[in-house]
Design a protein around this ligand. Structure first.
Ligand SMILES: Cc1cc2nc3c(=O)[nH]c(=O)nc-3n(C[C@H](O)[C@H](O)[C@H](O)COP(=O)(O)O)c2cc1C
Length: 164
């Protein structure tokens, strides 16, 4: 495939990859940072770990690059507005105007009513193209409420109805 076609088809293919939306948070030199993300994956259970892919242009990137710890907060279907705030509709501290926030044990902000919050040590990273991949060593996990995550699919927010 030529380069343009490949980019177009990769985007089209990824529209079919439904992902739970998270907000990655960190704190550095007294400032809090938050970014909505879907490029998050389980890495290993031994040791329990996750990885996140962060664009080098994102405001949280230099903070993570400086080895600040982070939290991965899985949003609930009721937290779409927070995702919008954390993906460009607001900046800096204003991103924390929605939701109930506390400082986690690693120093990063934790969304108390997130579906789950993985409190991570910033353990490793590497660069690839436009992004850096950061490995989070999971130190503590909090869960809240029934399973009802916010899903991003085909360029829009949705939720899943579980068959019980
Ligand atoms: C649903 C959704 C998922 C996103 N996933 C990622 C991601 O995994 N990694 C990333 O670097 N940016 C991702 N973004 C883009 C960032 O949230 C957005 O560019 C953010 O505004 C960048 O941070 P800044 O405004 O602090 O520079 C996503 C945006 C949305 C709406």
């Amino acid at each position: 495939m030529d380069k343009n076609k490949l980019a177009e088809m990769t985007k089209e293919g990824l529209r079919r990859l439904g992902k739970a939306v998270v907000v990655i948070t960190s704190q550095f030199e007294g400032q809090r940072y938050a970014m909505a993300a879907t490029a998050v994956s389980e890495l290993s259970m031994d040791p329990p770990s996750l990885l996140i892919c962060v664009n080098k242009s994102a405001s949280i990137h230099p903070v993570l690059d400086a080895k600040a710890n982070f939290c991965i907060n899985i949003l609930s279907s009721a937290q779409e507005r927070l995702s919008r705030l954390c993906s460009g509709e607001s900046r800096g501290e204003a991103r924390f105007s929605e939701g109930h926030w506390k400082d986690a044990s690693n120093g990063a902000p934790r969304l108390v009513d997130a579906q789950a919050c993985f409190v991570c040590t910033n353990s490793d990273n590497f660069e690839f193209g436009t992004h850096s991949v950061f490995v989070g060593l999971i130190e503590t996990v909090h869960v809240f409420g029934e399973v009802d995550p916010l899903i991003y699919l085909s360029g829009t927010y949705t939720r899943v109805e579980l068959e019980r």
